[in-house]
Design a protein around this ligand. Structure first.
Ligand code: URA
Ligand code: SF4
Length: 230
């Protein structure tokens, strides 16, 4: 799943339209995933690019049958330029494996393409993950929409609440819908063919006191995904 990190050509100070957060001015008018990945490296559609190493675009096969959508890159993903290469990624890989799914055959991406973080109060170098706002989520959504349209997967697994909201809107509740096969949203430029399924985020397993129970729940949802793919 190694992809070369695209290097930007737009000047670093360039910002999005003054009227709001929006990635759309940065999307290429045509081209495939590679063209979109290159263009996303220059995205200034919201302030989240500030202080990061770069954009973490989706990675994997453009003809993948399965697409996985996480929340946003974490510290390690930001440094390496690839989604799910840190601790959450290791757990995800293991859970997919236990469910009979191969992450290397999937297209893996995030709802938001830059790492949002805060520094610990009192100073320090550590970067602590911070949840993206709805405004940042909708600013970044055109990239996700383009990936959905270009990959056109049979099944999209939303990992956690942010991915669920990016796909099905701000009222989406993972707790109510997890493990169920549901239709994908209709994009501005047309309907998608595949189905969707939401489950918990692998980081929620890492944070939980009862890790094993949450892990088994994640695997059980992913087994439903595996059955849907046949
Ligand atoms: N968490 C996510 O949601 N995505 C990543 O890429 C890494 C951690
Ligand atoms: Fe663009 Fe998304 Fe990054 Fe914001 S988070 S700058 S919209 S790629």
């Amino acid at each position: 799943m190694t992809v070369p990190r695209a290097t930007g050509t737009r000047p670093a100070g360039d910002t999005a339209a003054a009227d709001g957060y929006d990635a759309r001015p940065y999307l290429p008018e045509r081209g495939g995933l590679a063209a979109h990945r290159r263009a996303a490296a220059d995205c200034r559609g919201c302030p989240l690019y500030e202080g990061t190493t770069g954009t973490v675009f989706g990675a994997g096969d453009a003809s993948a049958r399965l697409m996985l959508v996480g929340e946003q890159p974490g510290d390690q993903e930001d440094r390496r330029g690839e989604p799910f290469v840190g601790p959450a990624g290791s757990l995800l890989r293991r859970a997919l494996d236990d469910a009979g799914l191969d992450i290397d055959a999937a297209y893996v991406t995030n709802a938001v393409k830059h790492f949002k973080f805060v520094r610990p109060s009192g100073g320090g170098k550590r970067r602590i993950h911070k949840q993206p706002t709805l405004r940042e989520l909708s600013a970044c959504r055109p990239w996700l929409a383009a990936e959905l349209r270009l990959v056109d997967p049979e099944l999209v697994v939303a990992l956690g609440a942010t991915a669920g909201r990016a796909l099905w809107g701000s009222g989406f509740r993972v707790g109510e819908r997890r493990g169920l096969l549901v239709p994908l949203p209709t994009l501005d430029d047309g309907a998608l063919h595949g189905q969707g399924l939401a489950t918990i985020h692998p980081s929620a397993v890492l944070r939980a006191e009862d890790r094993e129970a949450l892990y088994q729940g994640l695997v059980s949802d992913l087994r439903t995904a595996a059955r849907a793919l046949g």
